[in-house]
Design a protein around this ligand. Sequence first.
Ligand code: HEC
Ligand code: HEC
Ligand code: HEC
Ligand code: HEC
Ligand code: HEC
Length: 349
Amino acid sequence: MKGKLTFVTVATVMILLMTGMIISSCTKEGPEGKPGLDGIDGKDGAESCSSCHNFSEILLAKISQYQNSVHAKGATLDHNNQGCGHCHTSMGFRNYLTDGTIATVNNPTPINCRTCHPIHESYTLNDYGLRTSVPVNLLLGEGEYDYDNSNLCANCHQAHDLNPYPVAGGDSLSIASKYYGPHHAPHVNMLIGKGPYQIPGSMEYLNSPHTIVVKSGCVTCHMGDATGNWAGGHQMNIEYRNSYGAIAYQYTGCLSSGCHETTAEVTAKINPNRAEIQGLLSELKTKLLDKDLMDPDGYIRPNKKMSQMDLACFINYKFVSEDNSYGAHNYRFTKALLVNTLEYINPPR
Ligand code: HEC
Ligand code: HEC
Ligand code: HEC
Ligand code: HEC
Ligand code: HEC
């Protein structure tokens, strides 16, 4: 049976071939047609991946810096609920940028490459672009933050709306929640000098050159060439511990912008300012504790009757202490704020 079938198949093929030969030998050949247009080259999958995944260590360096950052650790990832998750989780932020959603995020992930860059969306180097760099409106009061690529950071690193906000001449009041305050990241507000209550006093409220000339804001100072994987670059901190275990600061950003000449010059400028702001801040803390407006952990005393200006003193303290830059973000403004607040709370007799 099998042998017969094979014979039939071979015979059929032979007949078809011979017919083809006869037909073609009867056809006269015309002149050769013009060559067709070249087809578009197909995409080589491996090639597009290798623009990033390759033998260079560029991606690896970013990953190494990033993995050592506070962002990557996800220490506040439990704040994935509505109203918190859009700053504290990756997907929450992406949803927020897409359509303003601030809903609870299930299976939260820490802030990662995909949070800030559209990684694996086009599979080209465009995926290293930023998800957003549009200017950001302040959540507290009127104002806009517009400093180039660092507008991305401003979405999260700014004070929350304060309700109530102190009103000059208003009635005394009390605050029910001990969590009242501008939240833990008023960096944008301190940098541009908007948000704290400007109690009048002997010092004029001015902004430092950092507010005026550092056009890329946070990115210029916090993302300069990295020091090890401990600071700068995608690690993003300024203060770090060096390989001898000592506290050190990375000021490469200050130099790259062409504003300062040497690290030594920066250190000589910043150290006295830091000490001065630290001193004023702890003086204000003592006053707030003495007046029992605040507890030793820095929370407001709930349900305690206070004047509107007492409340202003409290929020000003919180702005400077949560900013945690000891004047680096905006020295002139920070100093005026502390000096004038201290004058109010501790009038000269
Ligand atoms: C724009 C640069 C870029 C391109 C192009 C790119 N990747 Fe990636 N890839 C990344 C980054 C960044 C990560 C995340 C690294 C991290 O989170 O530590 C990543 C992670 C990965 C991972 C690890 C698992 C994961 O998803 O995090 C795999 C697998 C991967 N890429 C495969 C590919 C393949 C396959 C292609 C091509 C089809 C490709 N990548 C193209 C940048 C790129
Ligand atoms: C607008 C963005 C934003 C929202 C909304 C937000 N946070 Fe945060 N939060 C931050 C940022 C940024 C930090 C990091 C500050 C830093 O480390 O300098 C932070 C820090 C914290 C910390 C850590 C403080 C510390 O000292 O380690 C806690 C706790 C926290 N947030 C709780 C919450 C809770 C609870 C909510 C919701 C009610 C919330 N956050 C909503 C941006 C936000
Ligand atoms: C919190 C936001 C954020 C996260 C998370 C983040 N990046 Fe970036 N990345 C930026 C910003 C902002 C810039 C632009 C810096 C500038 O303007 O100088 C940038 C630039 C880059 C660049 C191109 C410019 C350069 O520095 O060479 C690469 C590549 C890059 N990031 C890779 C990564 C990778 C890989 C990850 C994850 C390991 C990551 N980024 C995570 C914010 C982020
Ligand atoms: C999606 C919101 C979000 C964005 C965008 C974001 N951050 Fe953060 N950042 C946080 C949170 C939340 C923390 C605190 C992390 C934690 O406690 O888990 C933090 C922590 C930090 C810290 C460490 C603070 C410390 O206590 O040591 C620095 C520095 C920082 N961010 C700088 C930046 C810079 C610079 C950018 C822009 C390139 C940026 N961040 C963008 C949310 C954000
Ligand atoms: C002009 C430079 C400069 C700019 C612009 C700047 N920073 Fe800073 N920032 C500093 C320096 C310097 C420190 C450290 C001060 C110290 O510890 O004495 C600091 C401290 C911080 C800290 C405290 C936590 C830590 O240990 O790193 C955070 C968080 C932070 N900056 C976030 C931001 C964000 C977000 C922006 C943008 C809105 C920003 N900074 C803009 C220079 C800058």
